[in-house]
Design a protein around this ligand. Sequence first.
Ligand code: AMP
Ligand code: MG
Length: 424
Amino acid sequence: MAQLSDDCFAFSGPLLRLEEMERLITERIVPIAETECVSLHGARGRVVAEEIKAPVDLPPFDNSAVDGFAVRHADLRADGDTTLKISGRLMAGAKAEDALKAGQAIRIFTGAPMPKGADTVFMQEDVMVTGDEVTVPKGLKLGANRRLAGEDAPAGSSVLPAGTVLEVQHVALMAALGLAAIVVRRRLKVAVFSTGNEVVEPGAVRGGASIYDSNRFLLTELLERLGASVTDLGILADDPDTLSRALQDAATAHDLIITSGGVSTGEADYVRDAVKRVGNLVFWRVAIKPGRPVAMGVVKATKGDGGAAFVGLPGNPVAVFVTFVRVVKPLLRRLSGAHPDVLVPLPVRAAFPYRKKKDRREYVRVALKRRSDGEIEAVKHPQDGAGILTSLTETDGLLEFPEDTTSIEPGSRVGFLSYATLLS
Ligand code: AMP
Ligand code: MG
């Protein structure tokens, strides 16, 4: 269960800035403590629970980086070619039994251990072999084409801090270090439901004024991509009793409950009231566009004194997407024990003028194009409504306009976040 105090999001003020929200999350949310051991297969996306140190040197022994001839650098003439006697062959996986003596070279292959005495390797393309002799040119540096034991990671060194979210490259490093299993935090258990009398299941019969549910699918995919274990609680009607009961039931077995819709100030927006009945609602307006109405809080479990964190997202799918990546993701990472995600927007040129209000962060859906001068230009999608799903499928990512910006002119440098970055 999430360790949350009732006032963990306590906030007073009209609009909560994103930095402030991130600070509150870091300060007040206690990550889940439980860990489990997982094998390398299936470790991707999981959060490292304890710092990982290299149990062995990587690579484990000095070896050749190329196919060629290993030599003693001290034997080489500085003023011209050197001819050495070939003393043997060393394939990858073979043991280097004998030390290389003065005046000798050994035929060696990539990954084979360096024999004692040898410190430098000539590439086979650069030498001339005549019978049992090899002639090598002058000028190769001491240690060339040799990989030293531990040059990648020395035994005992810290290779992954606790809180690392395992990506493919981390899994490869663990494998190279011989670690077959890793201690990770358990997966977060997240319950998702949609709200709205007009919302129906895709595939079901749709009445005249109904729309198919897209948010639950969007949220489930986003959450699973981030390693959460998701319970799909379906679509709930706009009814405070139904909503509060569903929230309370979900709080017992989940760390986090996410809803969409019903958090605005419309007459059928009952989600905030429902949360207040069975827990605490602590802030509900974030200085972000699209997406402003975002509710956060805690729902008490029916049994025990635990509870689940709660996030109520807006109903419009694009607002769901943006608030998920900028509000839910930091919360998820914190709850799961992961380091905060540092997003570095890439500089591109805006192809359009833009005006915005001060004091809120705005996200604009754009497609990237390369200009004839080589610069990368961001073209705004023609439709910017928060309900336009094709504005997400027809673009490459979001421009992020900071709080203090009020106007953008065509050609100005702006920050771009790709969907790939935002979703990982
Ligand atoms: P609300 O905040 O509940 O008023 O919802 C705002 C808009 O989002 C309305 O047009 C809803 O029909 C729409 N909406 C709400 N939930 C969903 C959903 N699960 N999938 C697609 N659209 C939704
Ligand atoms: Mg609604």
